[in-house]
Design a protein around this ligand. Sequence first.
Ligand SMILES: NC(=O)c1ccc[n+]([C@@H]2O[C@H](COP(=O)([O-])OP(=O)(O)OC[C@H]3O[C@@H](n4cnc5c(N)ncnc54)[C@H](O)[C@@H]3O)[C@@H](O)[C@H]2O)c1
Length: 460
Amino acid sequence: MRKNLISLDKSQMNESIIKKSLKIGVVGIGRIGLPTALCFANASFQTIGIDINEKLVDMINSGNYPLKDEPEFDKIFENVISKKMFSATTDISEAIPNCDIILLSLPTPMDHQNVPDYTALLTVGKTLNGLLADGQIVIVESTVEPGFIENELLNTIEGPEKNLISGKDFHLAVCPETANPGEIMNDFKKLPRLVGAIDEKISPLVSSLYTDVFGVELIPMPNCKTANAVKLTTNVFRDINIAFVNELAILFEKLGIDTYTVIDAAKRKYNFQPHIPGPGVGGPCLPVNSYQYLNSSKKIDSNFLKIVQDARKINESMPNHVINLLNDAFFESKKPLENSTVTLLGVSYKPNVHDIQIAPSEEIAKLLDKKNIQLKIFDPFFINETVFGYKVEKSITDALIGTDAMILITAHNEFKKLNLTSIFSSLNKPILIDCTGIIDPKNAKSNGIIFRGIGRGDNF
Ligand SMILES: NC(=O)c1ccc[n+]([C@@H]2O[C@H](COP(=O)([O-])OP(=O)(O)OC[C@H]3O[C@@H](n4cnc5c(N)ncnc54)[C@H](O)[C@@H]3O)[C@@H](O)[C@H]2O)c1
C-alpha cells in the first residue's frame, strides 16, 4: 500500500523525488496539461495523461504529437514516448489509484453569459471522491477564482457524506500555470511558480517536486486563494491596460497622434509598462480571468472592480471599431462596402499560435457577415481548415484574388516577413486595415493603399 505522503519527513520526501519513485497523473492533457505531463516524464517520473478526448489519447499513444505550434515540444514528446515514460488513457478509474500526485489541468471557460464554468473540475472532483484513498496529493493547475478550491472543489472531493477527509485521505494544493501559448516550453523553464495548499504541511513536497522538474523559483503562498488571486491579478492587469491603450488609440486617431510613437517614447520611462492596442482581447485566459474576478467580486458587491467591467466593455467593443475604420476607408475609396469582398489576414487570438478561442476575429467576421460582405480568410496556421464556416485560403495570393479590402488581424511572423505593402499595391485601389501595428502607414500610403490602422492618427 502507498505511504501517505504527509507522513514522510523532509528527507523521505526528498528521497522520493531524487529516486523518482512518485507516479504522476495529469488529468486534462490539452495546451497546458500535455507539455506539463511531458516535463514530469522527461524528469524521469513515470507519468500518465488522462483525458476524455479519445482521439487525442489515441493520437498521443500512436506517437503523433498535437501542439505543432509549440517550439521544442516535438523533441521532448519523442524523447519521453520512446523511453516509455509517458502514455495517455481515457480511463480515469484505472489510472488514478496508481498515482501519487494528480495534477488537474482542466479547462475553466465561461458560458454565454460570461459566467465562469467549472464543470470539468467539479466532474473530475466528484470522480476523485471515489478513487482517492491513501494520501495522494491533488494539485490544481487550472486557473480559478479565489475561494473556488477551498469551497466548491474541496467539498466535492470530500463528498457530501465526507467519506474522504482532506489532510488525511488526500491533500489539495494549487500551482497555477502561467505559461504563454507559443512559448510554453520556454516559459516552463523560466517563470516562477506559486504554491498554495489547504494543508500547509504539504507545500514543501509540492515545491520540491516542481523545483526538480522545472528548476524554477517556487513562491510559497499562505493558501490556495492567494495563489489564485496572484494568477488572476497578472492577467487582469493586462486586460485593463490593453483597454486603456485601446481607448487612447481611438482618441489619438481623432487627435492625429500616432499611438505607437507615444508608446515607444513612454516606455523609456522606467515605470511605464507598454501595452499595445488591438482588435480586442481573446484567448482562454485574459477575458475569462477578468470575468472570474468579476464573479468573485459580485458575490460581495456588484460595484466592486468597476475598472475591470469597463475594461471588458472597451476591449469587447474593439471589433466594432475595426468595422468603423473599414467604413471610413471605403468612404474614401468611393467604393460601396455592401456586397464587397473583404479578406481577413490572421484569425488566431495572438500571433504564431493555432488558436481561435474567444478570438476578436470571430466577432469581426460576424459583423461583416451582417453587412452582406463576402468574406475570405487567410491564416498560415489554419490552411485547409474551415474557420467560422469559411474554408481558409491556401496562400496569400489566393486570398487576395477578387478582394476589395484586407483586415490584418493577427501579427503572425509570416505576415511580418512578407512585404505586405508591395503585395497589396498590385491590387486596384486596395484598402488595408491594420489592427496589429506591423504596417508602416507612410509606406502603405505611398504605395497607393487606402490605409487605416488602430491607433494610427493622421500625423504621418
Ligand atoms: N492555454 C493557455 O494559454 C493557458 C495558460 C495558463 C493557464 N491556463 C489554464 O490551464 C487550464 C487548462 O487550459 P488549456 O488551455 O490547457 O485547456 P485545453 O482545452 O487545451 O485542455 C483541456 C483538456 O482537458 C480535457 N478535459 C475536459 N474535460 C475533461 C474531463 N472531465 N476529464 C478529463 N479531461 C477533460 C479536454 O479534452 C482537453 O484536452 C485552464 O484553467 C486555463 O485557464 C491556460
